[in-house]
Design a protein around this ligand. Sequence first.
Ligand code: NAP
Length: 249
Amino acid sequence: MMDLSGKVALVTGAGRGIGRAIALKLAERGAIIAVNDVGDAAPANVVVDEVVAKGSRAASFMADVSAAGEVNKLVEAVVSTFGKLHILVNNAGITRDGLVLRMSDADWDGVLNINLRGAFLCTRAVLKYMLKERWGRIVNISSVVGMVGNAGQANYASAKAGLLGLTKSIAKEVASRGITVNAIAPGFIDTEMTRMLRENIRQEVLKEIPVGRFGLPEDVAQAVAFLVSEEAGYITGQVLKVDGGMVMV
Ligand code: NAP
C-alpha cells in the first residue's frame, strides 16, 4: 500500500523542518530522494545519511529555488544522478513578518520569490521529465494563512494564496498526462519557523486548534505521502488542510 519504490522525489528546502520529515517519509515508502537546500550543505547531507539509514538512496543538491538558472541546473543534476524524476514537493519557504505599512520592498520580494516564484520555477523545470514518464506528482506546501490571511504576514499570505492558484492552474494543464498537482495547507507546525514566535503568541494560537496541540512535521509528511501515491491518482487541483481543525471552510 502506497509503495513508492523506484520513484525519484525532489523535495525543496529539505535540510530541516517539514521538508526533512517529507524526505524521510517518502524514503520510508521506498522513494529515492533528491534533498534540496540552500546555503550550508551540512544539514542536507545529514538528511541524505538519514534516508540511506532507512534503506533508500539519496543525494543532496544545493540551489536557491528562486534563481531560475540554479533551478534548471538542480533538476538536470537530479535527472543525471538518478535517471528520472517523478515527484516534486515545493516545500522551500521563508517568512519576513511585519505590518504592511512598514514592510520593505525586500521583505515583500524575498517572500514572494522563494515561496511562489520558486515553486513556479521548479515545476516548470520538472514537467518535461514527468510528461516523458506520463506520470508525475507535484505537491505545493501552502498554508492556511493563504486561505484566511494573517495580520503581519501580507507577503507570506499572498505567496501562499498564489500557490493555490498555481496548483489549480497547472493541475488543469497536465491532468490528462497522468500528473497530479495538489497543495497542502498546514496550520501551525512546530518547526524553527514557528519557534521564533513569542511564547504568548504560540499560546494564543494553541487555543484556536481544536485537536489541542501544535502540528508535527510528520503530520504534514503523512499527507504528502498519500498525495504522491499511486492510490491518489484521481485527486488533483485540491487543497488539503493539515491543521488540527484550525480552519474549517
Ligand atoms: P523551516 O524550518 O524554516 O525550513 C525551511 C527550509 O527551506 C530550510 O531548510 C531552508 O534552508 C529552506 N530554504 C529557504 N530558502 C530557500 C531557498 N531559496 N531555496 C531552497 N531552500 C530554501 O520551515 P518549515 O516550518 O519546515 O516550513 C516548510 C514549508 O512549510 C514552508 O514553505 C512554510 O512556509 C510551510 N509552512 C510551515 C508552517 C509551520 O507552521 N511551520 C505552516 C504552514 C506552512 P536554510 O536552513 O538554509 O534557510
